[in-house]
Design a protein. Structure first.
Lengths: 372, 323
């Protein structure tokens, strides 16, 4: 039975990847960070009681900033495949905590590669590094492919640039099977609430149910190439099953504005929005409401406003991936369209909002957490 | 106008020492840092006879507090960050220390400058190692990076940190992407000085053999003394920009070895042994630089080429041997 070790297993990608690997008969080991509160919601449904014999799913406390801890976990698990998905993964937060981001996202990957070498696992353990389209930043060509030069635009992207190149270097210097998946934005109902797509679907669902009044956005002209995380983790696994390690761009090859994503999400709730005005004055106003999903919304309401607080010191305006290599060499094509994904995300967030609205209606005081 | 103040991180190294001398000549009030200023001998600064003219501070660049403290204390107009683990070979053995001293150090400096809110100008020491193998194509400021060692990956990271803080926060911060630059102050850990010293010892009767790895690699070698001028010039521009600093002339290591032994009056074939254990895990074959932008915008170009640099180092090594 093959063994996989996943950092970031409690995150969106980690949880989908864990499901995929369990399906394929792997023994899955995951690293979670110590926290005062439970942080395993995304994998609770696959958790197995360690008292069960032959449990195939096991979690360890660990941290990408702790070399000895990582080395010990690797020694214990002796994995065939190591997926490094753990990271401080939020671009905006990286401007607030740049050194922490560098430590976790940059040095963290080096710590794992070194641990693999140190333990003499370099011929056994295959290493996957979660790289990102943010590396392209101020894009040097469109669409972006494996050969496009990088131009990182945030401390997050700069830290990920280190991880990218150190992975390439350990492959070239020590012959390790180590590779990068350069993933363009990938979303799902499990996306963290502070990431733009989820902020939109969750925010609009809450507004529809009367739990919030307005969605405050940053740069809604940003163009992104969005795919479904469930599709993308298949590619992560595929990349480790090849004869030789190579880096791949994973994307859909189509891009839309954030504004378009807002409009789709609203439509899923039966709300037709019109965007009016420019720059900071731009608003998303309700033109019409149909169906019963948005009882709290009426024509004329302004549901979307711009708040410069969400602008970034240096913005990435456009990202569009060219996934030809993945299709050609690995036969990978994304199965879920961005519209289908948006519908799924809105449906899930609407369920949660309806539940909250029901509680509220019956007199339970309820604070809905919002980013501010 | 009042006297300008400069802070050099890594003042005890080769570039730090030459830059310190240059800035002192230009009338700067000069401050220098080392990880432990009390324990450091500042041997290079003693050699140049300028140690007494510099105020020293202990700074660990991977410690934010320590960086912020020295900035608040010195309040420099210009900072030259030349600190950090500087050997490609050593970076394969100490990859984490390399990363922390270079990338985390640079990040701490940028954050500290941002935090003070002052208009401090920052020069960051980049490296041609970032380019990796360019297939003989001369690298300029537009050439994409393809780093091939933990050292180069860390330097590439520092480069982008500087670019990002310049664009995101309008800091006056720039990187000089310097190709190999040598001097008599180079420690023997570097291949160039190892070759020069061996040739000089053999010329005075030492029976030793010089062990070298791959001598077919090619590099662009210039003079450290000239390169530090470019660093200073970069901070005197109206807008911060990155520059490639090179001679524009590439020679093989074999060519360097031949020149060194010729200068010492010897034929290298009689004294050099190729030792494959000295090969690096991943090596850059040919490094070629195109310093046109520096010539055009800074008016800087290298007068000294490889042969001049070798002659200068041999002369210094001989003088040292006889003293």
């Amino acid at each position: 039975m093959k063994k996989a070790l996943i950092t970031g297993i409690t995150g969106q990608d980690g949880s989908y990847l864990a499901e995929l690997l369990l399906d394929k008969g792997y023994e899955v080991h995951g690293v979670k960070r110590r926290a005062s509160s439970l942080n395993t919601q995304r994998v609770d449904h696959i958790y197995q009681d360690p008292h069960i014999q032959n449990a195939h799913f096991k979690l360890y406390y660990g941290d990408l900033t702790d070399s000895s801890n990582l080395t010990r976990i690797l020694q214990e698990v002796q994995p065939d495949e190591m997926y490094n998905l753990g990271a401080q993964s939020h671009v905006a937060v990286s401007f607030e905590s740049p050194e922490y981001t560098a430590d976790v996202d940059g040095v963290g990957s080096l710590r794992i590669l070194e641990a693999i070498r140190l333990l003499g696992l370099q011929n056994k353990t295959r290493y996957y590094q979660a790289s990102t389209s943010e590396l392209y930043g101020l894009v040097q060509e469109t669409p972006q492919k494996e050969t496009t030069p990088f131009y990182p635009r945030s401390p997050y992207a700069v830290a990920k640039l280190y991880a990218y190149w150190i992975t390439v270097n350990y492959r070239e210097a020590y012959g390790m099977y180590a590779c990068n998946g350069i993933l363009f934005n990938h979303e799902s109902p499990r996306r963290g609430e502070t990431f733009v797509t989820r902020k939109i679907t969750r925010g609009l669902a809450n507004i529809a149910q009367g739990l919030e009044e307005c969605l405050y956005m940053g740069n809604i002209d940003s163009l992104r190439d969005w795919g479904h995380a469930k599709d993308y983790v298949k590619m992560q696994w595929l990349m480790l099953q090849q004869d030789k390690a190579e880096d791949f761009v994973i994307a859909t090859g189509v891009q839309y504005t954030v504004r378009q994503f807002i409009a789709w999400s609203a439509e899923e709730l039966g709300i037709t929005l019109a965007f009016e005005g420019e720059g900071l004055e731009e608003t998303g106003r309700v033109v019409s409401v149909h169906g019963d999903k948005a009882p709290s919304v009426k024509p004329g309401d302004v549901l979307v406003r711009i708040d410069p607080r969400y602008f970034r010191p240096s913005e990435v305006e456009t990202l569009l991936g060219d996934p030809s290599k993945a299709k050609e060499k690995l036969g990978w094509v994304p199965e879920v369209s961005v519209q289908e994904m948006c519908a799924e995300m809105v449906a899930e967030d609407l369920k949660i909002a309806q539940r909250h609205a029901l509680l509220k209606k019956h007199g339970f005081e309820l604070a809905v957490a919002v980013e501010n | 106008m009042s006297q300008k103040k400069a802070l050099i991180n890594g003042v005890s190294g080769q570039d730090g020492a030459y830059l310190a001398r240059l800035l002192l000549e230009k009338g700067y009030e000069l401050h220098g840092t080392a990880r432990d200023a009390q324990m450091s001998t500042f041997y290079n600064l003693q050699l140049l006879g300028i140690k007494e003219k510099i105020t020293f501070h202990s700074v660990a660049l991977n410690d934010f507090r320590s960086v912020l403290q020295v900035l608040a204390k010195v309040q420099p107009d210009e900072i030259y960050n030349l600190a950090g683990q500087s050997s490609v070979g050593l970076s394969f053995d100490q990859p984490v220390e390399t990363l922390e001293s270079i990338s985390v150090g640079t990040l701490n400096l940028l954050e500290a400058i941002r935090f003070t809110g002052s208009s401090i100008k920052l020069y960051s020491a980049g490296s041609s190692e970032c380019f990796g193998n360019t297939e003989g194509y001369p690298a300029d400021e537009e050439t994409p990076f393809r780093p091939r060692s933990p050292y180069a990956v860390a330097k590439a990271t520092a480069f982008w940190e500087v670019a990002n803080y310049r664009e995101a926060y309008n800091l006056f911060a720039c990187t000089g992407i310097l190709f190999n630059h040598e001097s008599p102050l180079r420690p023997e850990r570097f291949a160039t000085q190892k070759i020069i010293r061996a040739a000089c010892r053999i010329a005075t009767g030492s029976p030793e053999k010089l062990h070298l790895g791959n001598i077919s690699i090619a590099r662009d070698w210039g003079s450290a003394e000239e390169y530090v001028k470019a660093m200073w010039m970069m901070l005197q521009q109206n807008t911060p920009e990155d520059f490639v600093i090179a001679t524009g002339e590439t020679n093989t290591l074999e060519g360097f070895v031949a020149e060194a032994f010729t200068c010492a009056g010897l034929d290298w074939h009689d004294h050099v042994v190729i030792d494959l254990s000295l090969l690096r895990p991943s090596e850059i074959m040919v490094s070629r630089g195109k310093p046109d932008k520096a010539a055009e915008k800074l008016g800087w170009s290298a007068r000294l080429k490889m042969k001049d640099v070798v002659a200068m180092m041999v002369e210094a090594s001989r003088a040292k041997g006889t003293s």
